[in-house]
Design a protein around this ligand. Structure first.
Ligand SMILES: [Zn+2]
Length: 180
């Protein structure tokens, strides 16, 4: 089997691995008329059916040409860097990202479990890894007050669009995500 071929019917998470399971929050965005998941901070787009591959966006100054910043050439994540795809250990830690950084305009977010594999660096709150793919997605239900039909229709649209990731997608009441 050629590794260069992406088999759309195959599970994006290799079955010979025992991935780390973490929690994270994504932003839901439109890209080329498709609804896709995007990383909150790095802005990476998570394509359905394909693992996200980490790369390092940090720049460093070359010792011999210090006036020029060169892109990092190390594989991500590196121990001394901050690169890699992030996931946190608890739903409570992930939940805070549903509202931070502050939402300036409409910014729809989903929370879920994510598989992390490849090189995995552990930190106090979670991990950063070289490969990632969602395991299960939860779309926060619109809060009752102020949620019109339009809003509800939009949430339904997100729910069905996220099925492209071929993982369980569920509507979840915000209270179900409350920290106990
Ligand atoms: Zn790095």
């Amino acid at each position: 089997m050629s590794l260069a071929l992406v088999d759309l019917d195959a599970d994006p998470i290799p079955d010979y691995l025992e991935p780390v399971e973490a929690w994270r929050v994504w932003r839901v965005v439109m890209r080329e008329r498709r609804v896709v998941l995007q990383s909150l901070f790095a802005g990476a787009v998570w394509e359905p059916g394909v693992p996200l591959v980490a790369s390092c966006s940090a720049a460093h100054r070359s010792r011999w040409t210090p006036w020029r910043k060169k892109p990092s050439d190390h594989p991500a994540p590196e121990l001394d860097c901050r690169c890699g795809i992030y996931g946190v250990k608890s739903v409570a830690a992930a939940r805070s990202y549903l509202e931070t950084p502050p939402l300036l305009c409409r910014d729809d977010r989903v929370i879920g479990r994510v598989a992390l594999w490849g090189d995995v660096v552990e930190g106090p709150l979670g991990w950063r890894a070289s490969y990632a793919y969602p395991v299960e997605l939860f779309v926060p239900a619109p809060v009752v007050a102020g949620s019109g039909l339009r809003r509800r229709a939009y949430v339904d649209e997100i729910l069905s669009a996220l099925e492209a990731y071929r993982v369980p997608v569920d509507l979840v009441a915000p209270s179900a995500l409350a920290v106990s």
